[in-house]
Design a protein around this ligand. Sequence first.
Ligand SMILES: Cc1cc2nc3c(=O)[nH]c(=O)nc-3n(C[C@H](O)[C@H](O)[C@H](O)COP(=O)(O)O)c2cc1C
Ligand code: SF4
Length: 431
Amino acid sequence: MEGTDTVYRTAAWPGSPPRLLRESREPEDIAAYREQGGYRPLADADTLLHEIESAGLLGRGGAAFPLGVKLRAVRRNGRAAGGAVVVANGEEGEPTSIKDRWLLRNRPHLVLDGLRLAATIVGAKRGYVYVSDPDAARGAEAALAELGSDTLGGVGISVWTVPPGYVAGEETAAVRAINGGPAKPTDKPPRPYEVGVRGRPTLVSNVETLANLPYLQQRGSSAFRTQGTPSSPGTFLATVAGANRPPVLYELPHGLRFTELLALHGVSSEQVRGTLMGGYFAGLLNRTVLDTTLDHETMRRAGSGLGCGAISVITDDCPVAVAASVLTYFDRENAGQCGSCFNGTAAMAAVASALRDCAATPEDVDRLRRWSVVLRGRGACATLDAATNVAGTLLGQFPDEVARHLSGDCRQCSAGAFRAERPYQATAVIA
Ligand SMILES: Cc1cc2nc3c(=O)[nH]c(=O)nc-3n(C[C@H](O)[C@H](O)[C@H](O)COP(=O)(O)O)c2cc1C
Ligand code: SF4
């Protein structure tokens, strides 16, 4: 929920009982959460860690990194350093994603329970819920106020709020902010699992990733794997935007056909020109998206990614104009710390915008193509990679549209090009 009168619409995949979504306009309070089996005492942290590993739970923040591997590393480093810290990352900088703030506003106890379980596994006594959305912060604070100190097994949890920004949710930015600095990324190594909050090894995990832990504690890895594919197990939250429709937050089994999602969302395949994947991070996919299934392995093969699960369906908009808007967004939102990033995103945004306006030359497009390759991996964080993904996928996936803009005949853009500060931003709908 947002405020008192706006909501995000949610829906689960028919026949797949939701594990994370909940059908109620009221935030779940502690009594309702306990009724579902929440805050169950953890008898044996090792058993739960094994279940997490057997479940193959992958991070839902964007990189799909196995949670079990990270938990083991933080636990090992924390023992050597005399303690670890856990952070639930709910900053959700991707403009087209709403899943983390939905969870924190509507099911804050599910997230806190997951954070408690992760803290117990790594031996942390300190945890943070890291956010920028005021309602998400209020949701987490209200849930913390309902809890007795013994419920969290002696783990002290507080909410840490930062101003919103695309880079603010990057893991080193989160650690830097909690340490009192700006929410901007730092050079790696060290990574947070080595040296993080107050110098301690720190688990930074996405809110949705952690929200899967109570299910695993209660039902185990075999039940977890009854949904999803062998390499992308379980369900995931997908914010679906675009196609001239209000965004909907779905809980879907990994491996669902994209066309099945379209049918659920009420969009005909014929209308689809492509998608913007992973929020903005994974860039554009053309109509080949219609042949994909929604799992990490298939998306990687298609040259794309699920990322944080946010999918924007492009129907009427020109992909060149969409890419220009997203690159301009990255030009505004990068942290301005790395020369290759702030110069590179500005240059890519300028060429993409000129192309949209049918004012670019073939040499400009060649330069854009070269930048999309050589700038990859050159920033302290992966924002520059996101920008190169957008530029590279525009050129690779939509060559005909690019050629049309070079010869000055995109009728659509000539009639008034798509321009948005935050294309397909997922804002709430009025109830
Ligand atoms: C530029 C940038 C922004 C990011 N923003 C977020 C974010 O808002 N929320 C998030 O959970 N992860 C974000 N990440 C990923 C985090 O760095 C980190 O990998 C993640 O929080 C780990 O959680 P997970 O393993 O559960 O996915 C971002 C990464 C980059 C490069
Ligand atoms: S790569 Fe870009 S966004 Fe990331 S730290 Fe450097 S300047 Fe900031």
